[in-house]
Ligand binder design. Structure first.
Ligand SMILES: *Cc1c(COP(=O)(O)O)cnc(C)c1O
Length: 480
């Protein structure tokens, strides 16, 4: 090491000095002394190797302390944080999909903090089955003979194919070989399950005769997959479930449907319906022997995978070794049971996901007007002179791969502040990790949009507080 570099290195503060600083103490409470030391050591080591690479690098004790504070502040806060969803996407995959009803939250908290009958039969004073808490409810709500729950719908599909079609063939339409959310690809999932995939038809059209020609003595399952957020429009056709069921049963095969979102009640009244989107009950009625779906998409519950259908098939799944690795946690199970009971009592529309989808034009317009008044009142007290706040019509979406073509007509409050730079810049400031409550907004050309459909109780205040963190208050206000 040259003497020049050694001189520069001497300007780096001693670890002991850093650790002794009063501002470090508050982080020791949150992170523990060892971790604070570890993080600062790592930071200084990084700095030293940067200096060796670039000896003319500018730094000062102040800049090091500033960086250290920033690092410790970042690590002291959880990265899994609440945010405001102002995007109008109800089942926002990146923001946690479905929000639970308060009954489900209470049930999860109780299961988490207290002993329970998770796997205990009070009747027998002996081991019970965790699946039984929800099986009968799923059967009631879908008309199925039997049901089983696992970690998520991906697990449900893997378990089902593995238990029913391993080392055999599964026939699937080329129009349904989809990739969902980047990591769930039907061909890969089938390979993982150990079933040989027989593709039939073309991307846009698959006929019954295609399936018929593909059936061999080694075929076990005809698989139908919900195309999620992918749609073929124009010249296309697929085979109705009833016809597939007849073909399957004539040949002693199983008709399985991966429904993806899985609805327990029809959303036709909200303008959402189509042959691709039956309720779980409709899919079973049409002849599917086994159906899989997610708990945290349109159902509005916790992350879970539900498998419903014929008892003899579900029994095979219950005895599969994979189940042990895919089983559901007690908090999830409790939240799921509470969610299903809401449907049982005819209160499905009170579940947050469903409620947001069913919000009326009048409600949304009223919410948007009230929020725009609050925003205007806030801006009156700032130094910002050029801004525009308007209530506008918005195009909200269901999200989660459900009803990709259907727009939910809604309302948003648009905000434009030319003197603060582009809309993209403003959106970035609102969602910055520095914010107490980051706000994720929608965008339209030169303005940001607060879609009111996905705002939760109190979010109007949260948004204004977040704005107040980036927008200086007016002189007049400061003097008070
Ligand atoms: C979402 C989806 C899945 C994956 O479900 P997870 O609950 O996210 O595991 C599988 N298949 C379809 C058709 C889907 O829409």
């Amino acid at each position: 090491m040259s003497t020049d570099i050694q001189k520069v290195m001497r300007n780096i503060p001693q670890m002991n000095k850093l650790l002794g600083a009063p501002w470090v103490a508050e982080y020791e409470d949150v992170l523990g002394r060892d971790t604070v030391k570890f993080l600062l050591t790592e930071m200084l080591t990084r700095l030293r190797s940067e200096i060796i690479k670039n000896p003319d690098m500018a730094f000062s004790t102040d800049s090091i302390i500033k960086d250290a504070k920033k690092l410790l502040r970042e690590k002291a806060a959880s990265t899994l944080r609440r945010v405001v969803n102002a995007t109008g996407v109800v089942i926002h995959t990146n923001l946690g999909r479905s929000l639970l009803h308060e009954d489900a939250c209470r049930a999860a908290a109780s299961a988490a903090s207290l002993y329970s009958t998770l796997e205990y039969s009070l009747q027998d004073g002996a081991r019970g089955q965790r699946n039984e808490h929800v099986e009968w409810l799923l059967c009631r709500l879908t008309g199925a003979e039997a049901a089983l729950v696992v970690n998520n719908n991906a697990a449900a599909v893997i378990l089902t194919l593995s238990a029913l079609a391993k080392n055999k063939e599964t026939v699937v339409s080329r129009g349904e070989l989809v990739e969902i959310g980047g990591s769930f690809r039907i061909p890969d999932i089938m390979a993982l399950s150990g079933t040989a995939m027989t593709e039939v038809g073309t991307t846009n059209r698959t006929h019954l005769k295609d399936y018929e020609a593909a059936v061999t003595e080694n075929t076990a399952v005809l698989l139908k997959v919900h195309p999620s957020n992918y749609r073929v429009v124009g010249f296309h056709s697929n085979v109705p479930r009833e016809e597939l069921a007849a073909l399957a049963h004539k040949n002693g095969l199983i008709l399985m449907e991966d429904l993806g979102s899985g609805m327990l009640l029809s959303l036709a009244e909200a303008g959402l319906s189509g042959e691709n989107d039956p309720t779980v009950e409709e899919s079973l009625k049409a002849g599917c022997d086994i159906v899989t779906f997610s708990g945290d998409k349109l159902l509005g519950g916790p992350q879970i995978g539900a498998i419903v259908g014929k008892k003899e098939l579900i029994d095979k799944l219950k005895h599969n070794q994979l189940l042990r690795a895919l089983r559901v946690d007690k908090m999830t199970l409790a939240a799921f049971e509470a969610t299903l009971r809401l449907y049982l009592r005819g209160k499905g529309r009170e579940i947050p996901t469903i409620k947001m989808i069913f919000k009326t034009d009048e409600e949304l317009l009223k919410d948007a007007r009230a929020f725009s008044r609050k925003l205007k009142a806030f801006f009156k007290n700032t130094n910002i002179r050029t801004y525009s706040i308007e209530v506008v019509k918005s195009q909200d979406t269901v999200g989660g791969g459900s009803f990709p073509q259907s727009v939910l007509n809604g309302y948003a409050v648009s905000l434009r502040i030319p003197e603060m730079g582009s809309a993209g810049k403003l959106a970035e400031m609102l969602r910055s990790p520095e914010r107490t409550t980051p706000v994720i907004t929608g965008a339209a050309e030169d303005r940001i949009l607060f879609h009111v459909r996905t705002l939760q109780h109190g979010d109007d205040i949260n948004i204004i507080r977040t704005l107040a963190e980036i927008i200086p208050q007016s002189q007049k206000d400061n003097e008070k």
